[in-house]
Every structure is written in C-alpha cells, then in structure tokens.
Design a protein around this ligand. Structure first.
Ligand SMILES: [Zn+2]
Ligand SMILES: [Zn+2]
Length: 423
C-alpha cells in the first residue's frame, strides 16, 4: 500500500474504541430511555460522576487482588504528575460522591443509576472494547433483603421489557467478614490438594483470593472447582437468614431463579447476595448483567458505615442480544423553489417543529423534481410543497408519501392534521 492509501492514524478511532452512528444509535437511545423510565419508576435518580478519578479510589474500592486493578486499568499520569484512572466500573465513583457530598445526610433515598462509558486497558478483541458502556444501579443504606429482591426484579424487568429472551437468574451468597474467612480457609486447603491441576493464574489465586478460582474459564479448573466446598455450608446465621429472605421475596414477586453455589463475582468487595442474569440464546451462556451487595465497602473507603447493593449491565453485550428494529421516523420534507419560497419554508418548518412535528428543510438549491426524489430517498412521510401559487394563496400542499393523497390548507390546518398522525 502506498503512503497516500494508508489510513491516517489521526483519522481512525483510538484502538479499542468505537463510534455509535445514526442507524445504530436509535437502539442505544431506546435502551437508555427504557432503563431510565424503569429505574425512575422505582424511585432511583441519576447520579453523574466524572469519567476520571484518582487511581487510589479504584485501588482501594475495587480491591487490589481483582483483575480489574491488577492488569486492566486505563491509568495515566496527568500534566500535574497525578495518577489518574479512567473509571473501570462505577460503584467506587458513586461511593466517593456520597462521601464527598455527604448524601447520606440528606434523608433522601440513596438509589442511583447511571448509563455511560467505562474503560479498561486490556487487549482489544471482538466484542471487548477499551471504552465500553454500562448501565449501573446502586442502592445505599438499605440492608433489608427485600431490597436485594427488588433490585433483581428491576434487572429482570429491564431485560424482559427490552425483549431479551432465554434468560436465567442465578443467585448466591458470598458471606460476610464473619463467615467468609472460614470458607476461604477451607477452599484454600482443598485447592492446595489439586494445585498441580490448576492453571498458573488459579495457582496464584490460591494465596491471594481462592474464591476467584470459580471465575476461571479453563475447563480443567472448572471441573476441579466443582468438587470444592460450597459456601452455603459456611454461612453465618445472619448471612443464611438474609439469603433465605431474598429468596422468599423473589418467590413472592414470582421471579424464577436458581441458586448457583459457584457464583462469587469477580470483585473483592461483595458481601452476602451475589447475582447474575445469564442469556442462553444460541447455545451460549453469557452473563448479561451482574451485581451484589457490598456492605463494608463504604466503611473500608473511610466513609460512613452504610451498606450498599447494585448491578452493572454491559450495554454492548445487551444490544447484541436485542432484535429490536427502530421504527422509521415520521417527518415532513419541505420542497421549495425561489427566494420567497425558501424564506417561507424556514418559517413553516419552525411552526411545525414548535408543534412537535419533525421537519427537514434542505438548502442545496435542487430543482423541484429533484427535491421530490430526495424526499423519497430519505423516507419522508410527507412532503410540504411551497411553490409560487401556494405562496400567493397562503395555502400549501401536503402530500402523504405512502398513499399519494394531497391535502391543501393553511399552515395551521396542515399542522393540526400532522399532529394527529405523528403520535
Ligand atoms: Zn456471614
Ligand atoms: Zn484456572
């Protein structure tokens, strides 16, 4: 390839990032508005945190032993010599905002949601981006197990409303500070016995955090992990009761779910409830969404002692599962010729838009016939015709492109007719 054919680096998106173009963005908007309406109907409010945070926030909040921190963070030193990280997940940012603004003292429900980009710096591959997007939901200061069930119900409803089929809800308890150490010890002892069979990564996890062996995708590791002791037998009575109540409320809500003892979630800070929604479409098994409770995270941050629970849903992965096709837009294309008609086109377009009707006026100086061709090509629902006769009369022609029907009338009459049909 000669140099003038090679794409210029500055004219290509940064590695691991992607544009969301018109035609595709409508699906994103649909997901965003659906999620926003649903979450707000449960009393959640949006909390927008910055994209960048001090690196220490994630080192402290996400946990030093998780992969997110150990190898995947998008971290850089800024011009002031500070270590800055593009957020790999949202929960630490929300926790930080709560502490910084003392939102816990406001007396309002601490139920937050956010939809936006997250970042990690691993090797880009198909379906994995350095800038990816998440729907994130967090509840703080509510320890009742009914909240766990409600948040799972909300997650399930989101997927159903969007039309994600073949989903299954997996739930588990990962214990608490009182009971998990005992379980980790038992797990470590068992893992040591089969150390030789585990992959290098898992052998490292034995010492750091043996629970994370359950997250390994290597076949042999998975087979060995099936024989490991299960956390249910180690839960303290508080964790056991909490889990039983979560399941009771899920039952009352009529939400089918399966207890998956090996579901431990990748992050260090989870306590008690952990859950995932998986999609079994196409013979594959993919987690669409996952979350859990993190009752100690806030305190570990140096913040107030308030509990939390939340989930995150990968938007790229979610959208890949949707068969939703956006409705064609209904809009008016204004055909005009000559200076007087052009000025009138601008005026009537303004009137229609204020009246809630999408209206497109182009100024490319095309002929009358060519403008009709253009309206057809763009898929206009109606064409508003502004010619010399119409200008003189003050009455204009509106052509329905699907039926060919033409209506004549004053701008207000035409607008009223359109308003009844754009719905
Ligand atoms: Zn416990
Ligand atoms: Zn492994």
């Amino acid at each position: 390839m000669s140099s003038d054919q090679a794409p210029k680096k500055e004219l290509a998106a940064v590695k691991g990032t992607h544009d969301i173009l018109p035609g595709e963005v409508e699906i994103w908007q649909k997901v965003e508005t659906t999620a926003t309406r649903l979450f707000e109907s449960y009393g959640y409010r949006e909390l927008r945190a910055p994209i960048i945070e001090h690196t220490e926030l994630f080192e402290k909040g996400t946990g030093r032993t998780t992969d997110v921190v150990t190898k995947e963070m998008y971290t850089f030193v800024d011009k002031g010599g500070r270590s800055i990280t593009l957020r790999p997940e949202y929960t630490p940012s929300v926790a930080r905002a709560i502490v910084e603004h003392r939102l816990d003292l406001l007396g309002t429900p601490m139920r937050y949601y956010y939809i936006g980009p997250m970042f990690h710096y691993d090797k880009p591959q198909k379906g994995r981006y350095r800038q990816f997007h998440q729907i994130d939901v967090e509840v703080f200061a509510e320890k009742d197990p009914a909240v766990d069930a409600e948040i799972i119900e909300m997650a399930d409803t989101l997927l159903r409303v969007l039309g994600v089929a073949e989903t299954e809800i997996l739930v588990n308890s990962v214990g608490c500070k009182a009971c998990r150490p005992g379980y980790s010890r038992a797990l470590r002892a068992q893992a040591e016995k089969v150390r030789g069979g585990l992959c290098e990564d898992c052998r490292r996890k034995i010492d750091i955090n043996p629970l994370r062996i359950f997250d390994c995708k290597v076949e042999l590791c998975r087979a060995l992990a099936k024989e490991f002791p299960q956390i249910m037998e180690f839960l303290c009575s508080e964790c056991r009761d909490h889990f039983a109540e979560v399941r009771k409320y899920l039952g009352l809500a009529g939400i089918p779910h399966r207890v998956e003892p090996n579901l431990v979630r990748g992050l260090d800070y989870y306590t008690k409830t952990a859950f995932e929604v998986i999609n079994r479409g196409g013979g594959q098994q993919n987690a669409v969404l996952g979350g859990g409770r993190y009752d100690d995270m806030m305190k570990d941050f140096g913040g107030p002692d308030i509990c939390g629970i939340g989930f995150a849903c990968g938007v790229e992965r979610l959208i890949a599962m949707l068969s939703f096709k956006p409705e064609p837009r209904k809009f008016v294309y204004v055909v005009h010729a000559g200076d007087a008609a052009k000025a009138k086109a601008v005026e009537l377009a303004r009137l229609f838009r204020v009246g809630g009707v999408e209206t497109l006026v182009e100024f490319a100086g095309r002929g009358f016939k060519s403008q009709f061709g253009r309206a057809d090509k763009l898929g206009a629902s109606w064409v508003l015709i502004i010619g010399e006769d119409e200008l003189a009369k003050g009455e204009f022609l509106l052509k329905d492109m699907a039926t060919g029907t033409q209506t004549s009338g004053s701008p207000r009459v035409l607008l009223a007719a359109l308003q009844g049909r754009v719905g």
